[in-house]
Design a protein around this ligand. Structure first.
Ligand code: NDP
Length: 448
């Protein structure tokens, strides 16, 4: 055991030395290494092929300037990125994020996680992530369009339906994907599925908007069922109020939970009566069309708004972080457990700090890490790619059924590789199951 600990420590030090200052990347890789290095002990073929070492070096990173003009005629310059992490099991695939906090470290962590997540879906997709430090808040529709066009004027060289297929993420929804797709089509003179998350009228897929949030709740449903429990009748706290949070809340409501909170970067609302479908429809309009603040919900429905706070102190049985990385600290994790939380399903990517994750695992609650819990989004993106290639569209029911099956299968893989006595360690299960498929493909395709 001491030898394994030494290996983990030395691996971690090497990683930090090669990638100085990239804290989020270190965090994501170390979490995987802690499960994979012990797993490798009696599997010399993976060790000899240096799989883990190779997987911590992205295939390629493209960094480019994005210059554009704002509504006042000022020239603006942002930085654009695409991290193509691994195309071992399929074309690179992963979202694009527009947020001022975007950095190489954040995109490298997201791309690394994406490779494992995409592997878990069982679909042929490699891992990537991209984005820009552009802040879309307060920008007009025309400014968003000009920025997206300028961004794609650089990115198009590096993507394509058999090369790399980006999608949305924080700050990039159907509107932004539409502008980027338009520019890609203009530059290449090809109408192909080079992006997913498109609107329905030009090649998008039903259920894509719902997929990440619904999938996160399906995972929670399966974890609870595995323990003989269910979602109905339980209280839930959700963070965020964007794409993932909206549809996680919607599915929780449909399955009979009482959703108490939503949030954005300025604070959270606490609605003790529960967020109904009608109230949620208001949130969808507020965030998706008016681009307003979640505090307006509190004014409209006369409930509490807690400025600059996160919802983790509210007592509830279920918690679904659906906003951003590291939004649950170790103290928050402890508080959640003390307050009786029994299920956590991560809609956002790496929303829990490392110590908090360890605490959830040690507490033996039903805890699904993001790479398993939010894989439904990219899974339906994969189904959008299939529909685009086949030039047909499946029905809503067909897609929801496929999404449900994929999430059930991911849960099953976690049980297969993560069962420890009478408990399932979903972090370990997801890491090992995701790793095996990629590792085997790397061995089959040679030293690249
Ligand atoms: P959206 O842009 O639609 O919504 C993001 C939400 O999180 C908003 O409410 C936003 O608040 C809030 N938020 C963003 N950054 C911060 C921050 N630094 N602090 C506090 N709140 C913040 O993004 P998505 O819903 O698409 O993405 C949410 C999470 O889910 C991300 O971690 C993303 O990587 C992950 N994810 C998304 C998938 C998808 O299909 N969209 C797939 C898999 C994972 P505000 O409005 O104030 O900015």
């Amino acid at each position: 055991m001491a030898k394994v600990q030494e290996q983990i420590e030395s691996f971690s030090q090497g990683l930090i030395r090669r990638n100085p200052g990239e804290h989020e990347f270190h965090q994501a890789v170390n979490e995987v290494a802690e499960n994979i290095i012990p797993f490798l002990q009696d599997r010399p073929h993976y060790q000899e092929a240096q799989i883990l070492e190779r997987l911590t070096e992205p295939d390629r990173i493209v960094i480019f300037r994005v210059s554009w003009e704002d509504d006042e005629g000022n020239v603006r310059t942002n930085r654009g990125y695409r991290v193509q992490h691994s195309n071992c099991i399929g074309p690179y695939k992963g979202g694009i994020r527009f947020h001022p906090s975007v950095s190489l470290s954040i995109l490298k962590f997201l791309a690394f996680e994406q490779t494992f997540k995409n592997s878990l879906t069982g679909l042929p997709m490699g891992g990537a992530k991209g984005g820009s430090d552009f802040n879309p808040k307060g920008r007009s529709n025309r400014e968003i369009m000009r920025f997206c066009q300028a961004f794609m004027a650089q990115l198009w060289h590096h993507i394509g339906p058999y090369t790399d297929v980006p999608a949305g993420d924080i700050g990039v929804g159907e509107r932004e994907v539409g502008f980027m797709f338009g520019q890609y089509k203009r530059l290449t003179n090809q109408f192909v599925g080079a992006l997913t998350g498109k609107a329905l009228h030009f090649g998008g897929s039903l259920i894509r908007a719902e997929a990440t949030g619904y999938g996160t709740v399906y995972m929670l449903e399966d974890m609870l069922a595995h323990r003989g429990d269910k979602i109905a009748g339980k209280t839930a706290i959700v963070s965020g109020s964007g794409n993932v949070a909206q549809y996680a809340a919607e599915k929780l409501i449909q399955l009979g939970a009482k959703v108490l909170t939503l949030s954005d970067s300025s604070g959270f609302i606490y609605d003790p009566d529960g967020i109904t479908q009608e109230k949620l429809d208001y949130v969808k309009h507020l965030k998706g069309v008016e681009r307003g603040r979640i505090s307006e919900y509190a004014e409209k429905y006369s409930c509490e708004f807690h400025a600059d706070k996160r919802p983790w102190g509210v007592e509830a049985a279920l918690a679904l972080p659906c906003a951003t990385q590291n939004e649950i600290s170790a103290d928050d994790a402890r508080l959640l457990i003390e307050n009786g939380c029994i299920g956590v399903s991560e809609g956002a990517n790496m929303p829990t700090e490392k110590q908090g994750c360890d605490f959830f695992v040690e507490s033996k609650i039903a805890y699904a890490p993001s790479k398993a819990a939010n894989a439904g989004g990219v899974a339906v993106s994969g189904l959008e790619m299939t529909q685009n290639s086949m030039r047909l569209s499946w029905t809503r029911d067909e897609l929801d059924r496929r999404l449900r099956d994929i999430m059930r299968d991911i849960h099953q893989k976690c049980v297969q590789y993560g069962t420890e006595g009478d408990h399932v360690n979903y972090v370990k299960g997801a890491n090992i199951a995701g790793f095996i498929k990629v590792a085997d493909a790397m061995i089959s395709t040679g030293i690249l």
